[in-house]
Design a protein around this ligand. Structure first.
Ligand SMILES: NC(=O)c1ccc[n+]([C@@H]2O[C@H](COP(=O)([O-])OP(=O)(O)OC[C@H]3O[C@@H](n4cnc5c(N)ncnc54)[C@H](OP(=O)(O)O)[C@@H]3O)[C@@H](O)[C@H]2O)c1
Length: 277
């Protein structure tokens, strides 16, 4: 029994769109015949149809006409050219439109789609395995049931919370880009294990389980990470020795500034005067 009965269209079904589609279908919350995805190349659409059983097309207008809820998963720079088209704007009038485009504000979206109920969302790629983190921001005229529907969609692929639009660029830098930063950290500690003689596959398995276990400890105990760190740290032991080495490398400011820089760049992604990246 699927819980989402609305017909869903995903415009621009690339990495992120497919992560959401896969997650939704994997959770059994939406039937493939109620999902239409669009792409630029027909061959890419054919592969999406083969993999997921959804309808795939290069016709954005037809997809918008046939849907109750439309998810905009196009690159930010492509968005204005497509959604500001009067025929698309007309097809989306009165419908719930959810944009996941990084850096594109609700104000920009409502200038392009003044007659749609608009939600801005920032998911991340772990949606693919049901472990995503999505933050939603609602447009001015969006009522609770529309937000609840968006929340149901994203909760099938992970956790989902609502915040004000002003926070969404920081959410993009932390939650959207965050998995890439974590992969680098994970690979780095595995490298350390390899340096000390562990086989690569074993080092990666241990490193990944360490990240998963530590993240779950924070989420499940509700304890501050510093308190959990202190639990691991025996006086004169190996953990405090490693921790001091990390601090020598200014790891905290490097990681915090990584999010600051990603947020700064996210703020400019929705600027349609910039060339496509
Ligand atoms: N990647 C992330 O981790 C992440 C996280 C959060 C939010 N986002 C946001 O999600 C959006 C998509 O990012 P992505 O990484 O998934 O990009 P992507 O993999 O490049 O996907 C973009 C998709 O748009 C399609 N497309 C291009 N022109 C089109 C057109 N005229 N009509 C219909 N489809 C068209 C492309 O089709 P073809 O393959 O045929 O060219 C491709 O499938 C962006 O706005 C990004 O800011 C991304």
């Amino acid at each position: 029994m699927t819980s989402i009965t609305e017909r869903l269209a995903i415009l621009g079904c690339g990495t992120m769109g497919e992560a959401i589609v896969s997650g939704l279908l994997r959770a059994g919350q939406v039937a493939p015949e109620r999902v239409t995805v669009t792409v630029r190349r027909q061959s890419v659409g054919a592969r999406l149809h083969e993999r997921h059983g959804v309808t795939a097309t290069t016709n954005n207008l037809a997809a918008c006409h046939g849907a109750d809820v439309v998810l905009l998963a196009l690159k930010p720079q492509r968005l204005p050219k497509i959604v500001a088209d009067p025929t698309i704007r007309g097809a989306l009038a009165g419908k719930l439109v959810i944009s996941i485009a990084a850096g594109v504000t609700l104000q920009q979206l409502s200038a392009w789609l003044p007659e749609s109920a608009l939600i801005r969302a920032m998911p991340n790629t772990p949606c693919l395995i049901g472990e995503g983190m999505t933050v939603l921001a609602r447009g001015p005229a969006v009522a609770d049931p529309a937000v609840a529907l968006a929340q149901r969609i994203f909760e099938t692929v992970g956790a989902c919370i609502e915040l004000e639009d002003k926070h969404l660029d920081a959410v993009t830098g932390l939650g959207g880009s965050g998995p890439a930063f974590v992969y680098v950290m994970l690979e780095s500690i595995a490298d350390g294990g390899v340096m000390m003689g562990l086989p690569r596959a074993v080092a990666l398995q241990i490193a990944a389980q360490v990240f998963q276990g530590a993240a779950r400890m924070v989420l499940q105990t509700g304890l501050h990470p510093a308190a959990l760190k202190d639990q691991v740290t025996t006086p004169a032991g190996c953990t405090i020795a490693g921790l001091l080495t990390m601090e020598d490398g200014r790891i905290r400011s490097v990681l915090a500034r990584t999010i600051q820089e990603a947020t700064r760049v996210a703020q400019g992604l929705g600027d349609d005067s910039k060339s496509e990246r």
